[in-house]
Design a protein around this ligand. Structure first.
Ligand code: RP5
Length: 171
């Protein structure tokens, strides 16, 4: 894996990691270099600032920020960088992630956070890939290959249904 990360992943607590791991697995399967850290907007604000403000100099081009509860981390990150920020609301308490979803998705006008669904680490990783694919054909090819797998899966499912329902009029 290259020394310079293209995607930076930040989370408020290591307890958020299971939500992000499927996306990190995708990065590794694609050979996409990433960096991942724990830094909290309220517990370690200085660490958040240091990491975010230095992210472009490390090669990072898109940031994924995950948090549960009040979940101000993605907005705090977005406020300190011109890099695109994808926010992942985490189910971390009695409100089952609805609190973090509303917090992240309801950024006031001016500082956007592209929010995925509750616990949607996979879609956050894919959105990062989409952003990279805009300017790099290598990642565009990776994205096309990923989409191709869905096509093959749906084709298999249709073949199975045709087998199970031979009287249905084929499309
Ligand atoms: C948030 O508080 C974190 O992002 C995490 O989702 C939640 C709970 O953190 P821990 O108490 O598990 O460390 O800041």
């Amino acid at each position: 894996m290259a020394d310079q990360p293209l995607v930076g992943v930040i989370m408020g607590s290591k307890s958020d990691l299971p939500v992000l791991e499927p996306g990190l697995d995708l990065f590794e399967s694609w050979g996409l270099p990433y960096q991942v850290i724990v830094a909290s907007a309220h517990r370690t604000p200085g660490k958040v600032h240091d990491w975010v403000s230095s992210a472009p100099s490390r090669g990072i081009r898109v940031i994924i920020a995950a948090a549960g509860g009040a979940a101000h981390l993605p907005g705090v990150v977005a406020a300190q960088t011109l890099l695109p920020v994808v926010g992942v609301p985490v189910d971390a308490g009695p409100l089952r992630g609805n609190d973090s979803l509303y917090s992240i998705v309801q950024m006031p006008p001016g500082i956007p956070v592209a929010t995925v669904g509750i616990n949607s680490g996979v879609n956050a990783a894919l959105m990062a890939l989409h952003i990279l694919a805009l300017t790099d054909d290598k990642w565009k090819s990776t994205l096309e290959a990923y989409r191709g797998k869905w096509q093959a899966k749906v084709d298999d499912q249709n073949a199975a249904i045709r087998n199970e329902r031979p009287d249905a009029i084929p499309y």
